[in-house]
Design a binder for this molecule. Structure first.
Ligand code: HEC
Length: 94
């Protein structure tokens, strides 16, 4: 009866309004890169091994592949996410 007074989101029926919240950055993974590092990489060694290493952006992909063959339990999407995260945050400048 007084539907006009309700906020738009409360309207019944019809399709819901497009979501206005920004999509999460790491949409491809369910976990944040930091969480993957803690869960997967810390299983074998301290995170300092990673954060205090000084690899260039070019070197990280090979290291991550090596860690996966060492036994790191990460999916392809997680590997990509942490690779981007490490390149952004823990790369040596050339
Ligand atoms: C199954 C055990 C294991 C897991 C899991 C693991 N590592 Fe390692 N990591 C090692 C071993 C063993 C070394 C030392 C030998 C080597 O470098 O391969 C090492 C060394 C490293 C180094 C130093 C190597 C260098 O060349 O500077 C980095 C950086 C590193 N790991 C990153 C990671 C990251 C990032 C992850 C998570 C994706 C990870 N590790 C998961 C076993 C592991």
């Amino acid at each position: 009866m007084i539907a006009a007074a309700l906020p738009a989101g409360a309207a019944q029926g019809g399709s819901p309004p497009a979501p206005s919240a920004p999509a999460p950055k790491a949409a491809a993974t369910t976990e944040a890169p930091e969480a993957v590092l803690k869960r997967s990489c810390q299983a074998c060694h301290d995170l300092g091994v990673i954060t205090q290493s000084s690899h260039t952006a070019d070197e990280w992909p090979a290291i991550l592949q090596r860690m996966r063959s060492n036994g790191a339990n990460v999916t392809d999407a997680e590997l990509k996410a942490i690779q981007a995260y490490l390149i952004d945050n823990y790369s040596a400048t050339q």
